[in-house]
Design a protein around this ligand. Structure first.
Ligand SMILES: [Zn+2]
Ligand SMILES: [Zn+2]
Ligand SMILES: [Zn+2]
Ligand SMILES: [Zn+2]
Ligand SMILES: [Zn+2]
Ligand SMILES: [Zn+2]
Ligand SMILES: [Zn+2]
Ligand SMILES: [Zn+2]
Length: 411
């Protein structure tokens, strides 16, 4: 057996991949052909089409396509082989970005351009090739680069989808669309979390509101708090739209340092307490007061309505006026277990008399000594209970006068 024969017999059929780009079929390379091929000194298998591609190839023709450079009249040849490959990818139209040979040569003479990524805040770039620039403006440098993404952004864009995100307004089950474009913008800034946004309905309300300064809920405080647009959206969407009662910032911070206090009832003899709430304390504070007001406890507040004002005769003998026994004073008397009005009650006119009168100095009709005539004695005389005195107590004791009441006080 010759060497040739043994080689011939030893070569088996081979499955060789189709030369068409994108085609995964094979063609069969028989032994005899392999031998012939090797004899020419080649080691790699030949570039051939699979039967399917070849069949198409045979019926297609080369096509002349206009140069992608609009200012150029030339064409380039879309070959049958290229058309087969295009068909394999489902394309029947020639690519529109291809240049003629002249223009491709021209492109070798100019530079490509580094262009910023179109995604806002992305600092990356993409490369605008010389050939693309020729296609855009024929090489005269007048065309602006198109808006394109850098490779990273483009991959993110390709791999992401629009997402429905929940509305940021608490209680709203609306959603907003986190678009792919927004997602890659966030990613370019290094954020992966979605921003917080409102749904369309909430956002529409937001357009109609303006920030408002509203009075602090603490009575007497003249400061304000800010009813933000966001809070107004919440109110408009999920309640009747009226603003809540809030404290200003100052009151709010003080509020947290306060605690409710139990304060003794103002009625003497009552041992119950009332609650001085934090809000009430704030109301005092804004008026500059730190002490609790004097109040009735709950029991006294309700009991006091059982009393009526009573007119009680003035304690001064000879006075026909009365003193008003207030419901609260009656209540206090009851709390202490007293049943009678106080002994020192005095009508207004007696009270005024004692407030305005002054101790007078009289001269004794007996001995001529100057003696003091006190205010309460003057009142008794004014009321007609006593006579105005004329003698000092010594002369009176000596029998010059008989009435005890009419002696001039020694004080
Ligand atoms: Zn093929
Ligand atoms: Zn051209
Ligand atoms: Zn980018
Ligand atoms: Zn919403
Ligand atoms: Zn306030
Ligand atoms: Zn009380
Ligand atoms: Zn009186
Ligand atoms: Zn005298």
């Amino acid at each position: 057996m010759t060497l040739k024969a043994s080689l011939f017999n030893g070569l088996k059929e081979k499955q060789v991949p189709c030369r068409t780009r994108g085609c995964t079929n094979t063609w069969i390379w028989d032994g005899a052909d392999q031998l012939r091929w090797m004899r020419t000194g080649k080691t790699d298998p030949p570039l051939r089409m699979c039967p399917e591609c070849y069949e198409k190839y045979n019926v297609l023709e080369d096509v002349l396509v206009p140069c992608a450079n609009d200012t150029c009249q030339n064409t380039w040849t879309w070959t049958r082989a290229a058309r087969v490959a295009a068909l394999k990818r489902g394309r029947t139209e020639p690519p529109h970005d291809r240049l003629c040979t002249d223009c491709r040569d021209k492109a070798k003479g100019i530079e490509g351009m580094v262009v910023p990524c179109r995604v806002r805040r992305c600092e990356d770039t993409w490369f605008w090739s010389a050939e693309e620039r020729i296609a855009a403006d024929g090489g005269d440098g007048t065309a602006k680069p198109p808006a394109r993404m850098c490779e990273t952004c483009f991959k993110r864009f390709r791999d992401s989808k629009d997402k429905e995100m929940p509305c940021r307004v608490p209680g709203c089950d609306g959603t907003w669309t986190w678009s792919r474009g927004m997602q890659i913008e966030s990613a370019a800034r290094g954020f992966s979390d979605p921003p917080s946004r409102m749904c369309e309905a909430c956002a529409a309300v937001l357009q109609t509101v303006t920030e408002q300064s509203l009075p602090c809920r603490v009575r007497g405080c003249d400061k304000t708090w800010v009813w933000t647009k966001f809070m107004q959206v919440e109110a408009a969407r999920f309640s009747d739209g009226t603003p809540p009662q809030r404290m200003c910032e100052t009151c709010f911070s003080q509020f947290h340092h306060l605690t409710d206090k139990e304060i003794k009832c103002r009625v003497p003899g009552c041992n119950e307490r009332w609650r001085w709430t934090r809000i009430m304390q704030l109301e005092s504070l804004v008026r500059g007061r730190t002490d609790p007001p004097r109040r009735l406890c709950a029991t006294c507040s309700s009991d006091i309505s059982k009393y009526e004002k009573k007119e009680v005769p003035c304690k001064h003998q000879g006075c026909d006026k009365t003193w008003s026994w207030s419901p609260e004073a009656q209540l206090a008397a009851d709390r202490r277990g007293w049943s009678t009005p106080p002994k020192d009650r005095m009508c207004d006119s007696c009270k005024r008399f004692l407030e305005t009168a002054e101790t007078q100095v009289l001269k004794c009709a007996g001995c001529g000594t100057a003696v003091n005539w006190p205010k309460d004695h003057q009142l008794k005389v004014a009321l007609g209970a006593w006579d105005k005195p004329t003698l000092c107590s010594d002369c009176r004791r000596d029998g010059k006068e008989t009435s005890v009441e009419s002696s001039i006080g020694a004080d």
